[in-house]
Design a protein around this ligand. Sequence first.
Ligand code: ZN
Length: 354
Amino acid sequence: MNDAAHYLDEQKKSTLKKLKEKKENPRVYEIEKNDLLIISRCPVCLSKDLRLLTEVYINGQLNFFSTVTCVSCLFTFRSVSPGLKWFKKCWQIIETAVPEVFNPEVELDRIARYEKYYEAISRYRKTGHLLDVGAAFGTGTNLFREKGFRVEAVEPEINKTNYLRKKWGIKVVADSIETFVRQKRRYDVIIFSACLEHIDNPVTVIKRIKNLLNPNSGLLYLEVPTIWNYVSWSDALYLTHKSNFSKEHLTYLAELGGLEIVEDFFYKPCHVGLLLKPRQNNQNKPKLIRPPKNITDIARLYRKDLPLKKHLPPLNAVIKYSVSHIEQFFQTLNLSDKKMIAPNHWSGFITFSV
Ligand SMILES: [Zn+2]
């Protein structure tokens, strides 16, 4: 297991431990065709030449989650996935009467990450109006407030929104950056970390986010996990991630959005960060540099650590999973108590038994 996989495994174990401690009964999150978002061309280069990598079905019937890569530019994303409205329904199911932090360990990790963001941003400015997109429980947002920033947040998940408002008194200005990006508001700093990969239409958001920045001195900190360091087989079931970016794609999209890089960062084990500002002069149309990889490399990622010892799906096969229901709205199933069963032939489904 590599560093990133190990780190994610630890995070997952800790989350599952928390669920157990809270003695929550297993839930079933219903899904139907109307909940699905279908994307038929690459959002980055608009090519329709997409290679299907993985599919997930309910009982071999409803295909509710598919991962594809663009043959032309290698952008890897979900061509079929539950849209934001479905997640909002799920979050309502788990809404608690008293908002509380789900996992304090994750919050400690968040504070450490935001300390690093502050260190980078404070080299350019130490005060101002700040927007935290995907603020979660606000531990990071509050850190910037304590350092002297006036802070606001965008957060879609109801338990987190309640916590931001009630615990911290932080103003939540919107539940979706996709709609908020059309507003005429200006910020000195926007933190947009570990969030872009969750959004239904990330390209539209990046193209417009400059409009929310102070045009002369605004700064945007953008961070995502990168595909090469992050993805292994289980990403095929990871419902909350809609896109898997490479640094090349992230850079291209930022340039397309009229932004230029001030500094770039790599945080172990798998995150790339860009500190960006609005470009002042006119630019030529940016060029996408295709990552120095090929489709087979991406197909390999979706086979990495796959717990099927005897035989692995051939690299040109679509890996098809079938589950009886969705019991987690992030990872589809609690995989820690299930065994994976390979099909007799790779046109069939990988299934899971308790
Ligand atoms: Zn493409």
